[in-house]
Design a protein around this ligand. Sequence first.
Ligand SMILES: C[S@@+](CC[C@H](N)C(=O)[O-])C[C@H]1O[C@@H](n2cnc3c(N)ncnc32)[C@H](O)[C@@H]1O
Length: 407
Amino acid sequence: MSLYPPAEDSYLIQKHIPEFAQGRVLDMGTGSGILTLSAIRLSQVREVVAADKNPEAITALKKKIKEEHLRKITPIESDLFSAIQGSFEVILCNPPYLPQDEEMSKLSTDHSTNLSLYGGKKGWEFTEKFFHEAGKFLFPGGKILYLFSSLTNKKKVEEIITRHLFTFRELERKKIAFEELYLYLVEKPLILQELERKGIEDLCYLAQGKRGQVFTGVIDQNRLVKSHISKKLYLKVCIKIKHPESQAEERIENETKWLQLLNKSGIGPRYLFSGKGYLAYQYVEGTPLMQWITTAEKKEIILVLQEILKQCSILDQRGINKEEMHHPIKHILIDKDNFPWMIDFERCTETEKPKNVTQFLEFLRRISPELEKKGVKIVPQDLTILAQKYKKEHDPEAFRAIVALLS
Ligand SMILES: C[S@@+](CC[C@H](N)C(=O)[O-])C[C@H]1O[C@@H](n2cnc3c(N)ncnc32)[C@H](O)[C@@H]1O
């Protein structure tokens, strides 16, 4: 067994340590300990945790620490982050990054050499596992110095970094014999880091609008309520954060306020938690209304439209305008039990003249040809008369007549 002897890649990452290392540093895959020893010399570094899967690397480093009376270094045998605890300002990683094709493997039968060189069959498998977990071990604002080579598949590495919601910047590249080395500075937007620390796992980008970005993730429900259950009960969540380029102020806060209030009337997906610039609610597994109508039965369509009208009238009674009921194409999802969920409350306003019911009737009038194809007949003129009557004084009689019109 042998340790990875410091090479061009080690020196490339070592060169940038003084600029970035500070506070608590993790050296993932410490090998000979070259990066750990560079970092610990800096006055701004408080502690270095030196991790390696290879027990020989840890034994050798412990020996060195003892012989040279080095302090503030914690060597730890760990398969990636499995034995790592706490958070770090900086993570250094010169990983095994070569693809393990058969020819290359034949060159070495030594297990620790293979561990040092090969990142997996394709070369980037280690990178995938590393970024899947790294976010949970970074302090807010934390940084990663990550090295890889042209043989690792640059595009794939960048895709992995981005998919795990990190941003990257190339610090330096260096051509050596058969490859080019890249050193990246990798960081995570603060809000996403905070969410991971709150226990949101598998954060994935879902969509974005002009004002916000939406992510999905999962959270162990035991973290939401005080619980003694040790079994994890995962719940899929939707997270909205303000679009970095949006000028619209307070949209997330507005949606947070209205969603909490409307949940009390049984409207909207379950509010979970919120913080500065983000909102988390239960993910609704459903089909957008118009798409759902194309596959649904007449009876189901009538019940769903009646329920939507009921929710619209609750909004009206509370003096809230949702602002988009005349075109609720993306804002109503129908779940597998045929229940319509209104989503997106960011544009809600308080008003003396709420118009959710009348706007939705206007929408029904427009889609009456599609409804007719499914056997749901509504006479547009009747709708107009009843809508006018309802509009005048939110007459419950008129509302009942509207609902009846759909049956
Ligand atoms: C390319 S060497 C880098 C060593 C040293 N940091 C340097 O820059 O010279 C990669 C190191 O990662 C370690 N390693 C490989 N797989 C690992 C894993 N799953 N968890 C922790 N360390 C691992 C290897 O044992 C090896 O020491």
